[in-house]
Design a protein around this ligand. Structure first.
Ligand SMILES: Cc1cc2nc3c(=O)[nH]c(=O)nc-3n(C[C@H](O)[C@H](O)[C@H](O)COP(=O)(O)O)c2cc1C
Length: 351
């Protein structure tokens, strides 16, 4: 349940410029104003994905804490796992402002941040002071002006990897020109080979995930699944934001960038279900989750864990606990002893 204080905070935040509001929300968390209970867990929710033991399978998606400045507060917010970043080798400012838009009528957001972040050195220093316990991952990105973007992912991994439980190769952001071209079969295979070689140099290699766009064709999806499986990856995250603008009502619908939130739910869930038919790798479902029912639908479609971001803008941070507890009830009601038993049980609905 949202507390009256959180409700007031949400009203104030929604009146501010979206990027400023995001900065405030992060500050509030850093000041200790967020939840403190830690992740809700039951034997039904506890699961292992890609070798990572999760107290519950509801995670924070990349982009919320790009610079890893709220690791300890986020660990107490109820997420079963947290992904921070994206981090690039060198710090960069990202695209000119405004670059984040609230599409209130659509319960959605459009962002064109373009990997604004403090760079791998600053982020490594913060990761080194991470709280003990919890499952923490980093989204790996590439510098806009890099001479060889494909090498950037490995550079960030080598620097930050010793402090992480997993890392995600993000070649699916629509906000760095031509980044998505790295999802092509040949380019992706070479990129992943470099990342896996870098991972092998760590004293403790970590599971590497790949995050994909929801705008891939069936053929492209099959290629990605094939390359990821052969490349030795541990999971695929489906999906990042979309370039599609179908059915939007908000005046900001025409803004350039990636669309997230409610309108992405169906599209990303279809991609997830198709992917589940193409690979045995565990899948992490993300895109438009704002309720326990939607989280549950992602598991039935083939996800072994889920992540969310945009719904927090509209529902507040207490939504995490609400979704996790609701998911536990839905699993119980449908006769599942563990969330892993529900994975893919309703895939045909989405393919
Ligand atoms: C403001 C914003 C910034 C984001 N930054 C990143 C990022 O740096 N790396 C990434 O892989 N995804 C990023 N994403 C995408 C989210 O991680 C997620 O895949 C997408 O928003 C769909 O989930 P949602 O509908 O629950 O928000 C960002 C999303 C938003 C809204």
């Amino acid at each position: 349940m949202t507390s009256p204080l959180e409700q007031l905070g949400m009203i104030a935040l929604r009146r501010m410029d979206p990027e400023a509001a995001h900065g405030f929300a992060l500050k509030a968390l850093q000041m200790g104003l967020g939840p403190k209970g830690g992740p809700f867990t039951t034997p039904r929710l506890a699961t292992t994905v890609a070798g990572l033991a999760l107290p519950n399978p509801v995670g924070l998606a990349a982009g919320f804490d790009k610079n890893a400045t709220a690791l300890a507060p986020l660990a107490r917010c109820g997420f079963g796992f947290v992904e921070v970043g994206a981090a690039t080798p060198r710090s960069q400012a990202g695209n000119p402002k405004p670059r984040l838009f609230r599409l209130t009528e659509d319960r959605a957001a459009i962002n064109r941040f373009g990997f604004n972040n403090d760079g791998k050195e600053a982020i490594t220093a913060r990761l080194a002071r991470r709280p003990k316990g919890g499952v923490l991952g980093l989204n790996l990105g590439a510098n806009k002006d890099s001479a060889d973007r494909s090498k950037d992912f490995a550079k960030v991994l080598v620097a930050c990897g010793p402090h992480l439980d997993f890392a995600t190769v993000n070649v699916s952001s629509p906000n760095t020109e031509a980044l998505r071209d790295l999802q092509g079969k040949t380019a992706l295979a070479a990129l992943l080979e470099g990342v896996m070689e870098a991972n092998a140099t760590l004293s403790r290699p970590i599971p590497i995930f790949l995050k994909i766009a929801p705008d891939l064709s069936d053929l492209e999806l099959a290629d990605v699944a094939d390359v990821a499986t052969k490349g030795g990856l541990s999971a695929i995250i489906a999906t990042n934001t979309t370039l599609s603008r179908d059915g939007l009502k908000s005046p900001h619908a025409g803004e350039k960038g990636g669309l997230s939130g409610a309108p992405l739910f169906e599209k990303s869930t279809r991609v997830l279900a198709r992917l589940a038919g193409l690979t045995d790798l565990p899948l992490i479902g993300v895109g438009g989750i704002s309720s326990a029912e939607e989280a549950y639908a992602k598991f039935l479609a083939g996800a072994s864990a889920v992540q969310l971001y945009t719904a927090l803008v509209y529902g507040g941070i207490s939504l995490v606990d609400e979704i996790t507890r609701g998911l536990d009830r839905l699993l119980a009601r449908n006769g599942y002893a563990n969330v892993a038993d529900a994975v893919g049980k309703g895939r045909e609905t989405w393919t």
